[in-house]
Write a protein of this length. Structure first.
Length: 145
């Protein structure tokens, strides 16, 4: 039987927990960003970015994993800023795992994302159970490296 603990000891045990992993979510749709942030904030420190430049700045702050939408402008069907960010991320921080997502059914973009170094491609709307499992698996794999 464990000896009883005093309230102060319980407080310090909580304080000494490992810090949450930092996830950067990159998407141009505010509602989607906020929804994902609300789902993930219990388990992760969530950073959000709506543009290529903002994503680069947030990544420079230090992140553990990135969740990136391929298109960062819904008005421009040729926009591939998410892939541009993925390429930049892999050139500058090659050890950070990335998951790419898109609502568009373009097989070529998924192939491009995987060729640029994404670990997974998820179709929107995101299956939250699949997303959480993928993030957990990638972060556990990263900590073993």
């Amino acid at each position: 039987m464990d000896p009883p603990t005093i309230p102060e000891e319980k407080f310090w045990r909580k304080k000494l927990k490992e810090p949450k992993a930092k996830i950067l979510i990159v998407d141009d749709i505010e509602d989607y960003l906020r929804s994902l942030e609300n789902v993930l904030k219990k388990d992760y420190e969530v950073l959000i970015a709506k543009s290529l430049e903002e994503a680069k700045e947030k990544a420079k702050e230090g992140i553990d994993i990135a969740l990136i939408d391929i298109r960062l402008s819904e008005e421009d069907m040729t926009n591939r800023d998410g892939l541009v960010f993925l390429e930049w991320l892999k050139m500058n921080y090659s050890d950070i795992p990335a998951v790419v997502m898109s609502a568009y059914q373009e097989f070529d973009l998924a192939v491009d994302a995987l060729n640029l170094g994404a670990k997974y491609f998820l179709k929107k709307p995101i299956n939250l159970v699949e997303l959480k499992g993928t993030l957990k698996m990638l972060l556990e794999g990263k900590s073993k490296d």
